[in-house]
Ligand binder design. Structure first.
Ligand code: NAP
Length: 285
């Protein structure tokens, strides 16, 4: 560290298990950038002060995680149009005191698909869940031109998301309640299935949202849960002959795209993935 060092970090609560510090610090070192990435536990009621602190201390960039992704918006000066449409921010860039909010969860998800050669345009995409992550993923899929069905345990929320997306994208998104019958219907001609619920996340890693007899390859199954790295859903999808993508890929790409916004340098994605996997394995053991 020196007088010219720049600081980035992540705000959330809890923050102890974040993989972002290991990913970003390894990336800064690899590229030879004089940056440091720090985790900050910020309670809900301290969010405004934390953002004022970002300005006062000239912190270059922050990632924003649960529970602040929506609540942080009023404290920022500007929103990137995609973050504005989604209504949530996971990355802030500080340009001499002007704070701009971005959503690299959405672009990171899309990049993880494209990296594997999967173009969602005109594909039938089934998204499970209508929480914060689903909002970003569903919108970017619909904007890219996917035919979207959202299934959620709480049907009202799925309906609300689907009509919001249909309005923004001028493209009809459907909503169904998450149950076996509707899953079978939706998956009968699906190209892409995304699990954006927390089903299967540690410590409930023996759970899965989809019974394996419902997979109809060719199908790409993307589970955004990254803890465990290989969820039961991914194991069963792979055994059924589906192409699988782990939530680690989304985690890495949302970080890589934030890194590029802060530094202007190309992110060392391979290294960031290795560091994230190393960190997650330590956490699993
Ligand atoms: P959230 O806002 O709390 O939403 C949770 C979603 O899961 C809701 O749709 C909820 O349905 C559903 N759900 C939870 N338990 C369920 C159950 N037992 N049965 C059926 N549905 C259930 O959470 P989030 O922020 O969207 O995150 C969801 C998951 O994505 C988490 O595991 C998170 O770690 C992961 N994630 C990964 C990345 C990445 O970079 N890979 C990024 C963000 C999030 P209801 O609406 O009915 O409650």
């Amino acid at each position: 560290m020196s007088g010219t060092s720049r600081i980035c970090g992540v705000i959330g609560d809890p923050i102890e298990h974040s993989m972002s510090p290991v990913m970003h610090n390894a990336a800064f070192e690899k590229i030879g950038l004089n940056y440091l990435y720090v985790p900050f536990r910020v309670k809900k009621e301290e969010l405004g002060k934390a953002i004022a602190g970002m300005r006062a201390l000239n912190i270059r960039g922050l990632n924003v995680t649960i529970p602040h992704k929506v609540a942080v918006i009023p404290f920022l000066d500007e929103l990137d149009p995609l973050a504005q449409r989604i209504g949530a921010v996971n990355t802030i860039v500080n340009d001499d005191g002007a704070l701009t909010g971005y959503n690299t969860d959405a672009t990171g998800f899309l990049q993880a698909l494209l990296e594997r050669g999967i173009e969602p345009r005109e594909k039938n995409a089934v998204v499970l869940g209508a929480g914060g992550a689903s909002r970003a993923i569903s919108l970017i899929l619909a904007e890219r031109g996917s035919n979207l069905i959202i299934l959620n345990r709480t049907w009202d929320k799925a309906t609300e998301y689907a009509s919001w997306i249909s309005q923004i994208c001028h493209r009809e998104a459907k909503a169904l309640k998450l149950n076996r019958e509707n899953l079978a219907r939706a998956l009968s001609n699906a190209d892409i299935l995304v699990n954006a619920t927390s089903i299967g996340m540690s410590p409930n890693s023996n759970e899965t949202p989809v019974s394996p007899d419902l997979f109809k390859p060719p199908l790409t199954v993307f589970d955004i849960v990254y803890n465990p790295i290989k969820t039961r859903l991914l194991r069963e999808a792979e055994a059924a002959g589906a192409e699988t993508i782990s939530g680690v890929d989304m985690l890495v790409w949302q970080g890589a795209l934030a890194f590029e916004l802060w530094t202007g340098a190309k992110a060392p994605v391979k290294l960031m993935r290795e560091e994230a996997i190393k960190g997650l394995k330590e956490y699993e053991n």
